[in-house]
Design a binder for this molecule. Sequence first.
Ligand code: ATP
Ligand code: MG
Length: 433
Amino acid sequence: MRLSKHFIPTVKENPKEAEIVSHRLMLRSGMIRQSSAGIYIWLPTGLRVLNKIANIVREEQNRAGAIELLMPTIQPAELWQESGRYDAYGKEMLRITDRHERDMLFGPTNEEMITDLFKNNVKSYKDLPLNMYHIQWKFRDEVRPRFGIMRGREFLMKDNYSFDLDFEGAKESYNKMYVAYLRTFARLGLVAIPVKADSGAIGGDMSHEFQILAETGESTLHYDKAIEDFDLSSLTGDIDDETVAKLQSYYAMEEEKHDADNCPVADSDLKTAKGIEVGHIFYFGTKYSESMGATVAGPDGKEVNVEMGSYGIGVSRLVGALIEANHDDNGIIWPEAVAPYKVGLINLRFKDENCTAACDALYNKLEAAGIEVLYDDRDAGAGAKFADMDLIGVPWQVVVGPKGLEKGVIELKNRRTGERVELTEEELLEKLG
Ligand code: ATP
Ligand code: MG
């Protein structure tokens, strides 16, 4: 894509309203603009990153056997009255009345809707286990939306729901998601610590939050330092039951639930850090299947309330979390897997016909090779071009100027390491291809 024809409104100054680095850089690099408090427009490069993250999440859900569907954002109030959550949810729920005076709402989550779908369409234990997900916008009228898209009011979430005949099945579904989450975050290059979370009235230990360590995180965590010896970023391969059991046995707890006097970990082994919650998995048994009457006929013909779990990943929050983990003073440093473009092509001398012709030709070759290129073909100075490309955070910068062309070389810069090498065109295409 040519920058001259793109829409990437970068900003030099730090926006006053942005308190944390990811918010600042998303505004400055032209990824988002606020529409109203906690509600954002996703500009072209922001959307590209969001879609790439969503696709990695999707691939790992599919791999784990979950099936994608798409439920609406607007839900009827009746479903929530059935489950008893309509009143309980309080002011975080955006309530809407349609022209026929029907009570509707903008979905903050989808347990009710999927339980209703299930009960109307699944009748037998033979159809279990079943695990369905969607990636859809949610609305929660947060008291204090802040940090840009990190705590928005409208945000993109992957949420899925598992249905099983019994506890053993539900536990298996839960662990499959546990593994899928570890793999998803590892593929994004993030170290996400599974933290035991509140499983509400049901008790037990089948609720985990996945927390990315970052100084700007809103949660405070206490965890066994042994978790750090566990190389969470190697977890993109197959993960066996033993690994899951081992990880689940480590102590990691949020501040509110941590009891220093009764903590099983010695003080010297306990670490404290701030975390950003990027995912949450939760087993809740028959809570919704009972209140909403979701049963299947079991093997003996008797009706059984299905066992359920729900699992969420904050897809839009991940964009911010990734920037918190990948930036320097000059801007964002995207991991290749989620970068809006893999390569930034910089034309140093727009007014030099030879240089521009060489750049155009190289751009066409890179595109033809299927490489995602952002081509800075603007009539602007080299300094401004370097600054913008660093800010946007494209992993590889290809710099074409008259001097190099005379020598028959092109400069390639690695955004993360800053390392520069001079390559022939052939070597360059080989390296980036
Ligand atoms: P939090 O404690 O941060 O409010 P939550 O416990 O309300 O999160 P869940 O209901 O478990 O969140 O939602 C699943 C995931 O959705 C969370 O792990 C988080 O990544 C994301 N999420 C929740 N609320 C927001 C929000 N306001 N903005 C962006 N992402 C959010
Ligand atoms: Mg919340």
